[in-house]
Design a protein around this ligand. Structure first.
Ligand code: PMP
Length: 364
C-alpha cells in the first residue's frame, strides 16, 4: 500500500465509514462557554501541591502505576461518603472511559443500550465503539425521564444497559429520584445514572448514591471534570456494587490510569473543599442566567447544571456564528433552535450578555 494512504483505502469497519471524530470546536477565543468546563483554575497553593505530587510520581516513572488505583479509589469513596469504600469505586480517564468500561462489560454484540433523548451526544458513540445496539426513548415535554415510558421501552427492547442522565446534558434537567427508583425496581438491566453535574444541582443530596444499598444493578457515574475543575486531568469514576467494579476491571486496559493522573486527582481530593469552593458561585451565576435570558427575550430551559439551553432561534447556526464573531463560543446542540451556554466567570457572562444583546438586535 502506498505511504500516502487515504482513509477510504484502509479496511475501516463499515459502520465507521463517513464518521467524524467527536468533539466541539476547540477555538482560541476570549470567552469559551461551550463544553461545560469550570472556569476557575486551582489556587497557586494547590497547583504547587500538584507539581510536587507529579514530581514524586516522576521519581518512580520507570515503574508501572498502581493498576487498581486503590489510593485514588479510597479517596473518591471518602469524598462521596454514603458508607462507600474503595471496593465500590472505579476510576478511569474521564467518565467517558468509565462508560466504555461499563458497555464493554455489560453491552456488546447482540445487546442493547437504552437512553433518553435529548441527552449526551457521546452515548451513541460508546455504543458504536462497543458494537452495541443503541435505542433512544423520548423524554417527557419537561425533559424528565418518565418511569412508565422507561419500563415500557425496557420491556420492548430488553436492554442490558440503561443510561439515565441527571442533571441531563444538554437540557440541565433533574429527573426525580422516585422515577429512577421505579425504573430500578422494574428491571434487572444495569442502570447507569450519569450524575456528571450533580454537585451543581439545587439539591445535590438527592443523589442516586442513596439508592445503592438497595439495588445491585445500579451504577452512579461521576466526573472530576466539572465541579472539581479538573477537566484537563481526565478523571471520571463510578460507585456501584463491588461485582460491577470487578466487571470493569476485566475489560480495562492494564495500567489505564497513569501515575500522574492518579497523583493529580488525589491532590484535588485532598483539597476537595477548596476545589469545590466555586460551585456555590457557579450555581448562583446559573440562577442569574436563568433569570436574565428571558429578560433578553429568549426562552430558557430550567437547569440544575453549570449550563443552560436557550433559544429558540430560526437559524441557530447563524446566532452561534454571530456570537463567535464577538469572541463568545457557545455550543450548537440540543433540540432544534436551541443553543447551550456554560456558566463562566462574571466577566465572561457580562461579555456573553452583551454579545447576545447585540446579536438579538441585529437579527430582529
Ligand atoms: N457525562 C455527561 C452527561 C457529560 O456531559 C460529560 C462531559 N461533557 C461526561 C459524562 C464526560 O465527562 P468526562 O469524560 O470529562 O469525565
Amino acid at each position: 500500500m502506498k505511504p500516502q494512504v487515504s482513509l477510504a483505502e484502509l479496511p475501516l469497519r463499515p459502520e465507521l465509514v463517513g464518521e467524524e471524530p467527536y468533539g466541539a470546536p476547540q477555538l482560541d477565543v476570549p470567552v469559551r462557554l461551550n463544553v461545560n468546563e469550570n472556569p476557575y483554575p486551582p489556587s497557586p497553593a494547590i497547583i504547587a501541591d500538584m507539581a510536587d505530587a507529579v514530581a514524586a510520581a516522576a521519581a518512580q516513572i520507570d515503574r508501572y502505576p498502581d493498576r487498581e488505583a486503590l489510593g485514588l479509589r479510597a479517596d473518591l469513596a471518602g469524598y462521596l461518603g454514603h458508607g462507600l469504600s474503595a471496593a465500590n469505586l472505579w476510576a478511569a480517564n474521564g467518565s467517558n472511559e468509565v462508560m466504555t468500561h461499563l458497555l464493554g462489560a455489560f453491552a456488546g454484540p447482540g445487546r442493547t443500550v437504552l437512553t433518553f433523548a435529548p441527552t449526551y451526544s457521546m452515548y451513541p458513540e460508546y455504543a458504536r465503539n462497543t458494537h452495541s445496539e443503541y435505542v433512544v426513548v423520548p423524554r417527557r415535554d419537561d425533559f424528565t425521564v418518565a418511569a412508565d415510558d422507561a419500563l415500557a421501552a425496557i420491556a420492548e427492547h430488553q436492554p442490558s444497559v440503561v443510561i439515565i442522565t441527571t442533571p441531563n446534558n444538554p437540557t440541565g434537567t433533574t429527573t426525580p429520584l422516585a422515577e429512577i427508583e421505579k425504573i430500578l425496581a422494574g428491571t434487572e438491566a444495569i442502570v447507569v445514572v450519569d450524575e456528571a453535574y450533580q454537585e451543581f444541582a439545587r439539591h445535590p443530596e438527592q443523589t442516586a448514591l442513596t439508592l445503592l444499598p438497595r439495588f445491585g444493578n445500579l451504577v452512579v457515574s461521576r466526573t472530576m471534570s466539572k465541579a472539581f475543575a479538573l477537566a484537563g486531568g481526565r478523571v471520571g469514576y463510578l460507585a456501584a456494587a463491588p461485582a460491577i467494579v470487578d466487571a470493569c476491571r476485566i475489560v480495562r486496559l492494564p495500567y489505564h490510569l497513569s501515575a500522574q493522573t492518579q497523583a493529580l486527582a488525589r491532590v484535588a481530593l485532598a483539597h476537595a473543599t477548596e476545589m469545590l469552593a466555586k460551585v456555590d458561585e457557579l450555581r448562583a451565576t446559573r440562577d442569574e442566567l436563568l433569570l436574565r435570558l428571558p429578560q433578553l427575550g429568549v426562552e430558557v430551559i430550567d437547569s440544575d447544571a453549570n449550563f443552560c439551553l436557550f433559544g429558540r432561534f430560526a437559524d441557530r447556526h447563524d446566532v452561534w456564528q454571530r456570537l463567535l464573531d464577538r469572541g463568545v463560543l457557545v455550543r450548537e446542540t440540543g433540540p432544534a433552535g436551541y443553543l447551550r451556554v456554560s456558566v463562566g466567570t462574571p466577566a465572561e457572562m457580562a461579555q456573553f450578555y452583551q454579545a447576545l444583546t447585540d446579536v438579538i438586535e441585529e437579527i430582529r
